[in-house]
Design a protein around this ligand. Structure first.
Ligand code: GAL
Length: 433
């Protein structure tokens, strides 16, 4: 399937935000907060960390806050920001706060395995009962609810959205000018790489990429393309051998794809890599679908100024991730946090947020017609495709595993290890999880 429809939505962003929600009226008790007054839920302050602090991510966050203010006018939202794509810097800051027993009232985290370390350390609450209270169980797809469940069967966060990580973004003008058919479809990575060779020979940067987490995003899509959904899933449940020949072949493809990329990659975050395609300085970029907002924010039209399609070899597979919000153990203002979580899960909140973010609602009762044409393709794919969990965005593996994979990847792509060493480091990284 080719995704080449027009769209009018906005973009995502790469930043971290500290968020605080301070109640400014109401009659709650025991808040211990800022002294602004008690929230109706008893909290004077809710503080957390969405990491969207610029571009469409910021717009999306503001849209969600707008709904929150309407739904909970007695609670004031306050925020601060820390920049860094995919929440990298936010997670470090959060870790030190949690270790210092100074939890925020809510924080953003990817749904799925990323939550496991917080669960194991008893740092976040089971919010399953809020699913019933807010009526979420019936409006989220059943298999999403299953995917949100931890090993103990409980759910520890409420998702605000669903993103897709296995998307190629292309500049058709660059392709055409360099003898590549912008309407070409590629059955697999080999077919795609034949065109990347042509672009390389023409002196164009065939594929843009940025710092380590974006390289891991690329890696996961290569593993998915070469191993298939089942083989890829097996990487996380132990049924696929990380030391096997199939993984070696996939890593060879990853190495080859990296050879088509810009050499200044390690100094860039995703917006700059995507911008290279927007500006015509690179032909392709593999990035999650927050990228759609970067194009649209700059007045670019899907199908004309840019195209989007699943990473070759992954058509029919939706590489899933979800941003979600938690209720930390010991949150100073749990009722304020619950008010926030209610808005995050609400239809109005999800529609407002996702229209601006490029992602799609986790809820099934949102009207697809409210969303851009790209998003409508994502809604359709999410409903029909095989769903797998993203590695780079916390759905597939715990934080420690992802960190070890990221370190090994950075070492490999910066010339610090050969492929055999890289493969054994990846195997060791996943063995420890
Ligand atoms: C993802 C996150 C998205 C967006 C992206 C780029 O991990 O889920 O919402 O923030 O990183 O920063």
């Amino acid at each position: 399937m080719r995704i080449d429809r027009r769209t009018s939505a906005t973009v995502a962003t790469a930043a971290l935000v500290g968020l605080a929600l301070a109640a400014c009226s109401g009659g709650g008790s025991g808040d211990g907060g800022t002294g602004d007054g008690g929230a109706s839920g008893g909290g004077a302050e809710v503080e957390g960390g969405p990491w969207w602090a610029a571009g469409a991510g910021l717009g999306a966050r503001d849209a969600l806050v707008g709904v929150f203010e309407e739904q909970h006018p007695d609670v004031e939202f306050i925020n601060g920001a820390v920049a860094g794509g995919a929440g990298s810097a936010a997670k470090d800051l959060l870790q030190s706060r949690l270790q210092a027993q100074d939890p925020p009232d809510t924080f953003q985290a990817h749904a799925g395995a990323e939550l496991q370390d917080y669960i194991d350390a008893a740092q976040i609450e089971d919010v399953s009962s809020l699913y019933d209270e807010f009526g979420l169980t019936d409006v989220f797809p059943a298999d999403l609810v299953d995917r949100l469940k931890s090993d103990d069967g409980a759910i520890y966060s409420i998702p605000s959205n669903i993103h897709r990580a296995n998307v190629v973004w292309a500049n058709p003008t660059v392709l055409e000018a360099n003898g590549v058919d912008p309407a070409a479809t590629y059955a697999d990575l080999d077919a795609w790489m034949a065109d990347l060779d042509k672009l390389q020979a023409a002196g164009v940067t065939p594929l843009s990429v940025a710092t380590t987490w974006t390289q891991v995003n690329l890696l996961e899509t290569v593993l998915l393309a070469d191993l298939g959904a089942e083989g890829y899933n097996g990487l996380w449940d132990g049924s696929t051998d990380w030391e096997g020949a199939e993984v070696t072949a996939a890593l060879e493809d990853f190495e080859k794809l990296m050879s088509y990329t810009n050499t200044d990659r390690d100094g860039l975050d995703w917006p700059e890599a995507t911008q290279m395609v927007i500006d015509g300085n690179a032909a392709f970029n593999v990035m999650g679908d927050w990228a759609v907002a970067a194009f649209e924010e700059q007045g670019k039209t899907l199908g004309t100024d840019f195209t989007a399609f699943p990473v070759p070899g992954t058509d029919g597979v939706f590489d899933f991730l979800a941003d979600s919000f938690t209720l930390p153990v010991g949150a100073p203002h749990p009722d304020g946090a619950k008010a926030w979580l209610e808005t995050v899960g609400s239809l109005e909140g999800q529609v407002a947020f996702n229209k601006a973010k490029g992602s799609i609602p986790a809820r099934t009762d949102a009207d697809p017609a409210e969303f851009s044409e790209y998003q409508q393709t994502a809604i359709e794919s999410f409903g029909n495709d095989t769903i797998v969990s993203s590695l780079a965005h916390g759905a597939a593996a715990p934080v420690a595993t992802l960190n070890a994979i990221s370190d090994a990847t950075s070492k490999f792509t910066s010339g610090g290890s050969d492929l055999a060493t890289y493969q054994s480091e990846l195997a060791a990284a996943t063995a420890q999880g």
